[in-house]
Design a binder for this molecule. Structure first.
Ligand SMILES: [Zn+2]
Length: 362
């Protein structure tokens, strides 16, 4: 059981282990992201900056639009150069500056959330997933987060059906074999699991799960995965597994921080009245000693293979959530990460350099 006032340690670590398995992003082959590009093209056209292109592929017109937009709006001047990957961040920020430009957000021209549920899920299960998503959405709304991109929620008990839906709905081409292997890895052996891919949250339900017991996990799962999706929409739909690990690190930030922020958010969403210090003291007392030097190495995709990765990410996330802006600091960090490298975004958002944070981390 999960008592929001007094956290039982065993359940605590079960929760962290749960999210560790549930984490992360999937790789891509080629970018498309037409809804986001369409948004930027239409926004620029409505400002009279360009003629709306005939199609919404990334083109010279997209680059011209971004140049003129950043000349017009001081706030967007430092955004990273537009690509089909980060067009969603451009589209979102333009809408936040000018309410009229928000009308072009894919989440306004179409659905905010699109549910793709298997027939094998009964109406009660479907409703529970929708409720958990609404719970997560309301939490992030309370932090003034607005999403420009539609989020597809794909849920099933059947791994093959999930893989097919992942392939059909992905903005990035992915083979069925690859999709199947990701789903088998993320979903096997658990009651309920899931992960975030660009514009999608995939939820796998074990048909033998006692449904009443998964309600808390569902809320936590959705808060966690929505956090990943928010990072993507604020900074760009970038892949995790890319040719250059340095590009990945520069654009997405270290993996311990990607996971740590999602974990800090999921705990805050679920347990709003538990002080962050209480989470910190549980992690500190139960895991004998942490090393900042080790944390500094948990940055690339292979970090998840380290058994201690979930605890490290969780403690680091909670420590950052305790600083100046509390949990909103992660949002500030992502806003800056859309503009600059992770180290300088981190330093400005949390008021400490990564090096100093690593030194303090123990
Ligand atoms: Zn995660």
């Amino acid at each position: 059981m999960f008592n929001p006032l007094r956290i039982n340690r065993a359940s605590y670590f079960a929760l962290v282990a749960f999210v560790a398995l549930v984490c992360c992003f999937i790789p891509k082959a080629y970018a498309k992201n037409l809804p986001a590009l369409k948004c930027v093209h239409e926004q620029a056209a409505s400002l009279g900056l360009i003629q709306k292109p005939n199609d919404d592929q990334f083109s010279e017109q997209t680059i011209k639009a971004a140049d003129l937009i950043s000349t017009r709006f001081e706030q967007l001047k430092n955004l990273r150069s537009i690509t089909s990957d980060n067009a969603i961040a451009w589209c979102r920020e333009l809408g936040l500056i000018d309410e009229k430009l928000k009308e072009f957000w894919p989440s306004k021209t179409g659905a905010k959330f699109e549910y793709i549920f298997s027939k094998q899920l009964n109406p009660g299960q479907q409703l529970a997933i929708q409720n958990a998503l609404l719970f997560a959405f309301r939490y992030f709304s309370s932090l003034d987060v607005e999403l420009a991109g539609t989020v597809k929620i794909i849920a099933s008990t059947d791994h093959f059906e999930l893989a097919e839906n992942l392939v059909d709905n992905s903005q990035y081409p992915i083979s069925l074999a690859k999709a199947t292997s990701i789903i088998n890895r993320q979903c096997t052996g658990r009651g309920i699991g899931g992960f975030n891919a660009p514009g999608m949250i995939i939820i796998c339900v074990n048909p033998r799960t006692y449904w009443r017991q998964v309600q808390v996990n569902l809320r936590m799962l959705l808060a966690h995965e929505l956090s990943h999706e928010i990072q993507r929409q604020m900074t760009g739909y970038r892949p995790i597994a890319i040719d250059s690990e340095d590009d990945y690190l520069n654009e997405v930030g270290p993996l311990w921080l990607v996971e740590g922020s999602a974990i800090a958010f999921q705990f805050k969403a679920l347990l709003p009245y538990v002080d962050v210090n209480e989470h910190i003291s549980v992690f500190r007392s139960d895991v004998g000693g942490y090393s900042g030097e080790k944390l500094s190495k948990l940055i690339y995709a292979d970090a998840t293979s380290d058994r201690e990765f979930p605890n490290y990410a969780a403690l680091a996330g909670h420590l950052l959530a305790q600083r100046g802006e509390k949990h909103k600091g992660f949002l500030t960090y992502w806003t800056l990460l859309a503009r600059e490298n992770w180290q300088s975004a981190f330093t400005k958002a949390f008021g400490i350099t990564p090096e100093a944070f690593y030194r303090e981390f123990q």
